[in-house]
Design a protein around this ligand. Structure first.
Ligand code: ADP
Ligand code: MG
Length: 273
């Protein structure tokens, strides 16, 4: 349940002085994508029902290889048997790989998880290794245990090629194994907000190394009243992180809230959302 953690100890104010700069921009546009004219880009977006908003939105990719993912991502994609990127992936991968904040909206079942997992793996691969006592580099917040578990399954499947470790932190389950994973060190943490706050307050992990932050089903999280917890968690994460929201719907109230946590984001939509 999302409420635990809120009324207990409060977290110390994070100190962001003297932060070491980090890399978050990895996108190298493939020559075939570079060669697409504005008309071709517009036609492809129309064909796949993609709309975009924001400054300097990159062109979509049409094939997996056009994303210029490292081999460990391509191996995982090859193994999956997928034929082509879904629309949110075609537009969302270049957006996310550029290191900017992203709002990605696409209907349920459209492959949003991989839209942020693969760029997340690239992000992890470019950071210094975790040291003793370090928390995660990628933090994924999700509204429910079920969703968190599904996300971790995808993170495990696609992360195994780069030996990227992940764990799932959610309420209603024993804390022991979760604490063990956190203390051992994991690059990716997928968490529901309440249990994560418990873990932070107890000092089992920290968010000082988080530079890639995902809010999945952001609309549901805000609908479910997680805003105070989200604020508390985000206050622990360095402000120059990359933040990505993924959602099936995007009501105006959610937009207003989300914008407070984003810097100069761009937005990609599919038709049905
Ligand atoms: P969403 O979060 O948008 O509801 P998911 O990320 O859960 O959707 O993906 C739904 C299903 O589609 C998953 O089983 C996932 O493995 C699969 N999937 C992801 N990308 C592709 C793709 N490019 N082609 C075919 N299936 C895909
Ligand atoms: Mg999803």
């Amino acid at each position: 349940n999302g409420r635990d953690g809120l009324d207990s100890l409060s977290l110390p104010k994070a100190d962001f002085r003297g932060l070491i700069p980090f890399e978050k921009s990895f996108y190298v546009e493939c020559p075939a994508v570079q060669a697409m004219s504005d008309t071709e880009v517009a036609q492809y977006r129309q064909l796949r029902d993609i709309t975009v908003e924001g400054r300097e939105v990159p062109k979509p990719i049409r094939f997996f290889h056009e994303a210029n993912f490292p081999d460990y991502c391509m191996q995982a994609i090859a193994k999956s048997g997928f034929v082509e990127p879904t629309p949110i992936q075609a537009q969302g991968w270049p957006m996310a790989l550029k290191g900017r904040d992203v709002i990605g909206i696409a209907e349920t079942g459209s492959g949003k998880t991989l839209s942020y997992i693969l760029p997340g793996l690239v992000h992890v691969g470019a950071q210094p290794r975790l040291e003793q006592g370090d928390g995660p580099i990628v933090l994924i917040l999700a509204p429910t245990r079920e969703l968190a578990v599904q996300i971790q399954a995808e993170a495990t499947k696609f992360g195994s090629y780069s030996r990227t470790r992940s764990t799932c932190i959610y309420g209603g389950a024993p804390k022991g194994p979760q604490i063990r994973d956190l203390r051992r060190g994991v690059e990716i943490v997928i968490a529901t907000p309440g249990r994560l706050i418990d873990m932070l307050e107890a000092g089992h992990t920290n968010l000082r190394r988080v530079t890639y932050l995902v809010l999945d089903e952001a609309d549901r999280m805000l609908d479910m009243g997680f805003e105070p917890q989200i604020r508390k968690i985000l206050a622990q994460i360095r402000p120059d992180r990359q933040t990505l929201y993924w959602s099936a719907t995007w009501p105006r109230e959610v937009e207003t809230l989300a914008r407070q946590f984003l810097q100069n984001p761009y937005k990609g939509n599919d038709r049905n959302s």
